[in-house]
Design a protein around this ligand. Structure first.
Ligand SMILES: [Zn+2]
Length: 1077
């Protein structure tokens, strides 16, 4: 701004305040008006900084206090005040100090019949009221009564005045003292009547802003408990509910509808959940004190603010807020390495878990002519590469692989060839047959399942004849104590018969073995049933399913249906039809309602209440020994009708948002479909929304209606068959028994001449289950000393998963990793020959078994226990960490550590890593870090995965070290063991919004593929590293040449450029902004 202009403005402002001459005041006002009319915000702000607001306010006070105020001056002055006041944050305060409030109110009163003058006064009041303190003062001085005089019932006259008055009143009611006054003076029924009057007359919707302002008044009052009570007493719910019924589809009424919904939700009486206690139904006597978080007791003040504005989440924004103040900015904490957390001699116990380092392999005699590399036949029978983007059947039948075809099959299905396909073809077209072979005859009692004779009509017949035995079919009793009963024997025979008739053999699954494993699995509630899908098995669907397109306005409709329960309760049934807490049996099988069941491994459903004929409220169980973490669900439902949409509402969810609002569907498994040859978990449900409901946690002393909020997940399902048994789950279930079955089958499937596969017990869990540890590498070429030396010197890679039991996606990724690592894929072979994989596939078996979402049996998050785990309280973490410490102590710390997780708020697959520099930069705490050197190799693996794996994206990766994550596996393994490539790999529960799978939800196939791609990433990482052996480079090059045609461009680029340079990090320009110079 020019100097002259600046000084000129100051002169003008001084003259304005000192001048008594009417003409010069008018002239100055005119000048200021002209100046600001062409000016930008900046010019107004400049004027404010030079005392413009004060000058105008003083002029107002001086002019208004005369016996007969001069409106020729006052009107332009008010216009200027309104304009300047909008931009001046302290305007209300200044007006209060300069006593401009009173004079304005007096002027307004005097001009009740002079609409122009009145309107100008209201403009000034509106800017005064933008400060809550000033607003409260205006309220004390009677501003609200004045405004209510102005706001008349429907008229077509002076509507601008009425609108402004209503807006000023709404602004005043932001002050709690004004709201209290409004309640005491019965404004609520008056405002409701006024609104009703305008609503009913304004059929052309010409005065929507007036209607909206009146509603805003009610909304602000409803922030007070007394306001909500007054609203309910005045039949506000009924009035607004009936108003909104007829105008939901009217776009022009959007500003009104959204406020009405907010008021209805705010005023819906809060109530505690329909549970006697929020503590888990299951409790387990655990060692030590259970540190279950006590519910926070809220103060009155919190309570008043309880009903903050509720966004109508029909929008598409799902940005997850990133918290910068959680970043660790203490350089010492980031860069110092803490000492060992246990006596050093304790580490020796882990020597027994690394037998590969001492085994002499005497049984391996190198016989001339016994070339292991050419011995492929037995191996190929188990050839299975978990990858989703296959144009060919993945489940190779033994018959398919014979003689000369073998080589071709191997090439076409190798992971490297998939890399290209995955990147270049859209997955929807992929086809795969349900379970064709591979695993057979593992179980000696295998009755010899014959799929050829199965006939659909037979299945249906047998199914219908035995409809009464539905439970028995879907949940055979497994407890030994029942084994003598006739019923059980019959059931067992029936299962045998079913399996013989209907089960098609499935890769890496065996129902008999599953049953045997499930029998040994120990649960808190002593489950005696198995869920049919876990027992029978799952084949990935033929194609990935697209994300659900959200219908516009569906959430409103659902919320209004909830409100209707209160207003029109005539059709509400409210009958508890299932409850873990109440005496069995609750279920009345004769009645028409659905039947529920959840007492099986990983099952979670606590209670079901029939609300309307086809609508059920469901409550999920808190984690064992906890009062929270309700998210995972898995239950059976039966007794359904065909072609009827059932609505389910899970009403005690805890997270404030969910991917269910952004295209994610739950999963369903139909027993009838399985018996018809389609044993598949599919995504299902429509009209899916996730929103805050009216339930609040009951807190001691404060009673109901004051604790933390709950959220409703609502969805509708049309079941595929009548009288079916269907299983619904948050995500594709993967039980502990499934893992144990899988590991057994894997162990028996490998070619022992080539694959070193060892399964052992890391430790026992609190619940008495074994936590498995798997070692995979290649057998040494022979027992010759140099071969044994190569074998023992292979670097370690450590992978863990499922510390969070609700993250079953992590288990499917792990399944893919395991199957790939033992496969005959050339990449897998190279990996085995160059690394020793130590894998703990399930860090929290007890949590998985008992249907927890987050915690162990002690009700604590095991991924917050890595700093100082206890052998007695967190055995799996203690020993996982011990094993890592041991490897470090013998100079064999792993190249990569990765812990597989699932993410409920984001899409795609991505890694979290650890970087000191990136953390400090993000926190803008760079002081004293110039000398800090950091190897940026932690970025290499995610960059490789970004190029290889269709589901993976670098853009969601983060390398920040948060204080709240200080005790996670990732951070502790990085800091204490010095593993620079220590990661958490997060897979979305939903699907992808980028890459070839964009717009698709994950199936198990895509998750398994990710597990295989992760392994390929480890190989490429090694090839890129300076330490890569010449032999490996040559073998990899040969492998790549052999398949050059099908190679992805990116992979070639990565490999060839990097093999010619020894630098680990390539400093790609795409993330130069992060590069650590
Ligand atoms: Zn997790």
């Amino acid at each position: 701004m020019a100097e002259q202009e600046a000084s000129g403005l100051q002169v003008l402002l001084q003259t304005l305040q000192s001048s008594l001459d009417r003409e010069s005041i008018l002239a100055i006002l005119q000048l200021l008006g002209d100046l600001l009319s062409v000016g930008t915000d900046r010019r107004i702000r400049y004027m404010i900084s030079k005392g413009g607001s004060e000058a105008l306010l003083r002029t107002l006070v001086d002019t208004a206090r005369t016996a007969s105020p001069d409106y020729v001056i006052l009107l332009p002055l008010f216009r200027l005040l309104a304009k300047v006041g909008l931009r001046d944050k302290k305007f209300g305060q200044k007006a209060l100090e300069l006593e401009a409030l009173d004079v304005t109110l007096i002027l307004a009163r005097k001009n009740l019949c002079h609409s122009q003058n009145l309107l100008h006064c209201l403009w000034a009041l509106r800017v005064f009221a933008s400060s809550v303190t000033t607003g409260a003062m205006l309220g004390i001085n009677g501003a609200m009564e004045l405004l209510l005089k102005v706001i008349t019932p429907y008229t077509q006259k002076h509507t601008q005045v009425i609108r402004t008055a209503a807006e000023v009143l709404a602004a005043l009611l932001k002050s709690k003292s004004n709201s209290r006054r409004a309640v005491n003076r019965s404004y609520v029924p008056r405002l409701l009547r006024l609104h009703q009057d305008w609503h009913s007359h304004d059929t052309a919707h010409s005065f929507v802003p007036i209607r909206r302002a009146l509603l805003l008044c009610l909304k602000h009052i409803a922030k007070l408990r007394s306001g909500r009570e007054a609203f309910l007493a005045a039949q506000g719910m009924e009035i607004l509910f009936s108003i909104i019924q007829n105008c939901l589809d009217d776009q022009s009424l959007e500003p009104v509808i959204s406020i009405v919904l907010q008021i209805l939700r705010q005023c819906y009486p809060k109530s505690p959940l329909p549970l006697l206690t929020t503590s888990s139904t299951y409790s387990f006597p655990v060692p030590g004190i259970v540190t279950s978080e006590a519910p926070r007791v809220l103060t009155e003040e919190d309570y008043e603010d309880d009903s903050e504005e509720e966004e109508d989440k029909d929008s598409d924004s799902e940005d997850v807020k990133e918290e910068d103040d959680d970043l660790e900015t203490d350089v010492n904490k980031l860069s110092s390495k803490p000492g060992l957390d246990r006596p050093e001699e304790e580490l020796m116990q882990y020597k027994a878990m690394c037998l590969e380092l001492s085994c002499s392999f005497e049984e391996l005699e190198s016989k001339p002519g016994d070339d292991l590399n050419s011995d492929e036949t037995e191996y190929a029978n188990h050839h299975h590469i978990p990858t989703a983007a296959s144009p060919k059947g993945l489940f190779l039948n033994k018959d398919q692989i014979s003689g000369g075809q073998e080589k071709e099959v191997l090439v076409q299905n190798s992971l490297l060839s998939r890399v290209k396909m995955g990147r270049s073809s859209i997955h929807l077209t992929s086809k795969r047959g349900p379970g064709m072979n591979s695993y057979r005859n593992v179980h000696s009692n295998d009755p010899g399942i014959d799929s050829s004779g199965s006939d659909v009509s037979d299945i249906q017949a047998s199914f219908l004849e035995d409809a009464g035995d539905m439970d028995a079919i879907s949940c055979p009793r497994i407890s030994a104590s029942f084994s003598n009963s006739t019923k059980t024997r019959e059931t067992a025979e029936f299962i045998d018969q079913l399996l013989q008739t209907h089960l098609k053999p499935m890769v890496f699954h065996d129902p008999y073995l599953y049953m045997a494993k499930a029998r040994r699995t120990r649960s808190v509630a002593d489950f005696t049933m198995m869920a049919f899908p876990d027992f029978w098995g799952h084949c990935p669907p033929l194609s990935a399913q697209p994300m659900l397109q959200r219908k516009c306005g569906v959430q409103r409709i659902k919320i209004l249906e909830d409100v209707r329960r209160l207003i029109q309760p005539s059709d509400i049934i409210n009958k508890v039809v299932f409850s873990l807490d109440e005496p069995w049996p609750l279920q009345d099988t004769a009645s028409d309602c659905l039947q529920f069941f959840s007492a099986f491994e990983s099952g979670n459903l606590r209670k079901a209440i029939q609300v309307r004929e086809f609508e059920y409220d469901l409550l999920v169980n808190a984690d064992v020994n906890s009062t929270q973490h309700q998210q995972w669900f898995y239950f059976k439902v039966s007794g359904m009708r065909a072609a009827v949409p059932y609505r389910f509402n899970i009403i005690n969810c805890e997270k404030p948002n969910s991917q269910f609002n952004y295209g994610m569907q739950l999963t369903l498994y139909s027993v009838k479909e399985a018996l018809l040859g389609r044993p598949t978990w599919v995504r299902t449900g429509y009209d899916i929304c996730y929103y805050k409901n009216h339930y609040r946690q009951r807190t001691a002393g404060a009673g109901a209606a004051s604790g933390k909020c709950y959220y409703t997940l609502t969805f509708a399902v049309i079941f595929p068959h009548a009288e079916d048994a269907c299983y619904l789950a948050y995500h594709y279930p993967y039980t502990y028994s499934a893992l144990m079955t899988h590991l057994d089958i894997l162990g028996k499937s490998v070619n022992r001449k080539q694959v070193y596969f060892r399964q052992e017990v890391l430790c026992q869990t609190l619940g008495g289950n074994s936590c498995p540890l798997v070692t995979i590498t290649a057998m040494p070429e022979s027992d010759r000393a140099d071969h044994l030396e190569q074998f023992r010197q292979r670097p370690y890679q450590v992978i863990t998963a499922r510390v969070h039991p609700g993250e079953s996606n992590a288990s499917w990724v792990m399944k893919g990793t395991l199957e790939f690592l033992v496969s005959s894929d050339p990449v897998a072979r190279l990996l085995r020959e160059n690394f020793i994989f130590k894998i703990i596939p399930m860090l929290n078996p007890d949590g998985v078994i008992n249907g927890n979402h987050r915690c162990s049996l002690r009700g604590e998050d095991l991924n917050r226990q890595w700093l100082s785990p206890s052998a007695h309280l967190q055995p799996t973490i203690y020993h996982a960490k011990g094993l890592l410490h041991y490897l470090g102590s013998i100079g064999r710390r792993p190249t990569v550590f990765c812990d597989f997780h699932g993410h409920s708020q984001k899409k795609n697959v991505f890694l979290y890593g650890c970087s000191i520099k990136e953390t400090l930069w993000q926190a803008e705490a760079t002081v004293g870090t110039s000398n800090l050197s950091e190897d940026v190799s932690y970025r290499t693996l995610p960059k490789i995965l970004d190029k290889l794996a269709p589901a993976f994206t670098m853009s969601s990766c983060s390398f920040l070290v948060e204080k709240s994550r200080a005790s996670t596996a990732r951070v502790v393994v990085w800091r204490e063991m010095g593993v620079s490539r220590s990661y958490t790999m997060e897979s979305s529960y939903c699907g992808c919004n980028q890459g070839p799978y964009q717009g698709l939800q994950f199936g198990t196939g895509e998750l398994e593929e990710m597990g295989a791609m992760f392994c390929l990433g480890l190989l490429v990482l090694e090839l890129k590293s300076g330490s890569c052996s010449h032999q490996l480079l040559t073998r990899a090059a040969a492998l790549l040449n052999a398949e050059e045609e099908s190679l992805d461009f990116y992979l070639q680029r990565i490999l060839w450029r990097e093999t010619n340079s020894s630098h680990d990090d390539d400093g790609d320009s795409d993330d130069s902004k992060y590069s650590c110079q």
